[in-house]
Design a protein around this ligand. Structure first.
Ligand SMILES: [Zn+2]
Length: 191
């Protein structure tokens, strides 16, 4: 977050969260939706630390599952992030088709998935070569493990999606040795 933009915490938004005043989130009219996003940021902060707070709505392609990310910001699809119920409906279809691993918090799932990408993606400024080697190794072990349960197809598409889905599963779904491996890498390298 740019210096100077974080000095009004608590002044608006009602919550005590330091994320309550992220400028880009003020465009979200549905208070419930905004509060759930802030709550996901708080959860991530507690677990791993949040290092990117530039989050805003944007017009994205329809086929983007709700949000995307760039080097220094997270963009939430403005067509999806209209209300809390709408985000949940979009996530429900991703759960029903087996694309994403199920969690008990679909809205927070999508947020921490993108936060995971934002904090570490190869080629980004947060890129860490040693971490990359370890994520790749964890991914290969995961692919070989036929007993791994509750994982969606997306986590098997590439190691960066495995990484992001592992974070969501670790925080809001069923933890296992693969989610733990990813959590350990994040903590080890302070990703
Ligand atoms: Zn992703």
């Amino acid at each position: 977050m740019a210096k100077g933009s974080g000095g009004t915490r608590g002044a608006a938004g009602g919550g005590k969260s330091r994320f309550a005043n992220i400028p880009g989130l003020q465009a979200i009219q549905d208070t419930k939706l905004r509060n759930e996003i802030i709550s996901a940021l708080d959860d991530y902060e507690k677990e791993f630390g949040v290092r990117l707070e530039n989050i805003s709505l944007a017009k994205l392609k329809d086929n983007v599952g709700g949000e995307t990310y760039y080097k220094d910001k997270i963009l939430l699809n403005s067509k999806v992030f209209t209300t809390s119920d709408n985000v949940k409906a979009v996530m429900k279809s991703a759960y029903d088709t087996g694309l994403l691993n199920k969690t008990n918090s679909p809205l927070k799932h999508i947020m921490v998935h993108e936060l995971a990408h934002a904090t570490w993606t190869p080629g980004y400024k947060s890129s860490n070569k040693s971490a990359q080697k370890e994520v790749l190794s964890a991914y290969r072990k995961f692919l070989k493990d036929s007993s791994a349960k509750g994982w969606g197809a997306y986590s098997k598409s590439k190691y960066t999606e495995f990484f992001a889905e592992a974070v969501a599963k670790h925080m809001y779904g069923t933890k296992d040795k693969h989610t733990q491996a990813v959590a350990d890498i994040i903590k080890k390298y302070k990703l």
